[in-house]
Design a binder for this molecule. Structure first.
Ligand SMILES: C[S@@+](CC[C@H](N)C(=O)[O-])C[C@H]1O[C@@H](n2cnc3c(N)ncnc32)[C@H](O)[C@@H]1O
Length: 395
């Protein structure tokens, strides 16, 4: 049975579901879900991410991590945690950079380790191959859900890699650099609309009577009653539509609590705005084209913009930590010297490859591409120094 037929049957049995429920289940259904089974990242896939475009992106995150490690005077066992590592490319480039320049930086080789939070069997296999050279035994969905830490291996630069299904399962007793690139935009959002008669109502997904076709409708739900009670939204005019991602809030709260307890920092990189949400951004991509999210379920990427203002509110509720930024991806990369790095590469590659270097730089930094749409938010302990690149951007 296709995922669309499955959802149509489910909605006929149980009634309309929220956009958030649809997003979560379509993306993560172990049998037919997009990430466990069908996700395609890269030029030939449905969408491309910065690390898949050029290793320079991961090099820069690796170099920033070393600078921060030194600024915060952390012990030289460097531990990373990545949420939603996709094909593992970013972690490979970070570990490679820290493995190569770490010894000169610290005066001796740092002991490296990394935790990866992932529940897609397809991506776990790709990550294991890239970071450890091969796949020892393919991980099954059952293993992922039965074992908090379902895989441990040594790999690149003798780093110890551990895979977990949830952040909650990870020990929280050591300083850690948390990295998320295009992870939060994959987490479910709920959508609401302000009406004259009923106040805020929730946008839900229902099924056509005699057809396997989904459509949007609105209902007064428990969640929309909570929006009615939120003073922030009271002044918005009738007709306004907003989006909320409670799960993203929970993730950054959990990260912040871990940083408050044991030190370290988080870099959150994603597309979105730093202001109150007043438009709906839930959408789908297939073959780099935007498509209808209610068709081709499980075969296209579902995503929504990240609301950095909401993330900062969640971080501010945790004692002992501070949010820095967000700053634009272009500012972050430029301050970290991406221009100089690309100039070096440009002068070293054969002429026929020079265009691809210019293209990668423009794609990451120009305001029309990722440069302004993508933001970088950093979380550190309140007592730690303001991290490099975020001077003047702390709230
Ligand atoms: C858009 S991809 C990110 C790709 C990668 N970070 C990069 O930069 O190329 C989203 C990643 O998050 C993972 N993911 C999505 N929802 C998740 C969840 N609820 N729990 C754990 N991993 C999840 C996916 O399997 C995938 O690895």
């Amino acid at each position: 049975m296709s995922l669309l037929s499955h959802f149509c049957r489910r909605i006929r049995l149980t009634g309309p579901i929220s956009v958030g429920e649809l997003m979560q289940d379509v993306i993560m259904d172990p049998k037919h879900g997009y990430y466990p089974q069908a996700a395609r990242i890269g030029h030939k896939g449905d969408f491309i991410t910065a690390p898949e475009l050029t290793p320079v992106f991961g090099e820069i995150i690796g170099a920033w991590s070393l600078l921060y490690w030194q600024q915060a005077q952390l012990p030289i066992n460097v531990h990373f945690t990545e949420l939603g590592p996709g094909r593992g490319t970013l972690m490979r480039d970070i570990i490679d950079t820290v493995g190569i320049i770490g010894p000169a930086f610290f005066g001796k080789a740092p002991k490296l380790s990394a935790s990866l939070i992932e529940i897609s069997e397809q991506f776990i296999a790709e990550q294991e191959k890239l970071l450890c050279g091969n796949v020892r035994n393919p991980i099954t969905p059952q293993q992922i859900f039965d074992n908090p830490n379902y895989l441990t291996r040594t790999g690149l630069h003798k780093a110890r890699f551990k895979w977990y299904s949830m952040l909650d399962h990870l020990p929280d007793d050591r300083p850690t650099l948390y990295v998320m690139n295009e992870f939060l935009d994959a987490l479910p959002v709920n959508q609401f609309q302000k009406t004259e008669e009923k106040g805020w109502v929730e946008i839900m997904v229902d099924v056509e009577k005699d057809e396997n076709k989904l459509f949007y409708t609105t209902y007064k739900t428990g969640r929309s009653i909570k929006v009615d009670q939120d003073k922030d939204y009271a002044k918005l005019p009738v007709g306004t539509q907003i989006e909320h991602s409670p799960m993203s809030g929970k993730v950054v709260t959990a990260l912040s609590e871990r940083i408050a307890k044991s030190g370290g920092a988080a870099l959150i990189i994603d597309y979105g705005e730093d202001q109150m949400s007043t438009e709906l951004t839930f959408r789908a991509f297939k073959n780099h084209q935007q498509v209808n999210p209610l068709e081709d379920l499980g075969l296209c990427d579902l995503t929504a913009d990240v609301n950095f203002r909401d993330l900062k509110k969640s971080i501010a509720e945790v004692d002992g930590v501070k949010a820095h930024g967000p700053i634009t991806q272009s500012s972050f990369l430029t301050l970290m010297g991406i221009g100089e790095r690309f100039r070096q590469l440009y002068s070293r590659v054969p002429e026929e490859k020079q265009d691809s270097i210019i293209h990668a730089h423009n794609f990451l930094c120009s305001p029309e591409e990722m440069g302004d749409r993508f933001k970088v938010l950093c979380v550190t302990r309140e007592s730690d120094p303001v991290p490099f690149c975020f001077e003047g951007a702390s709230s």
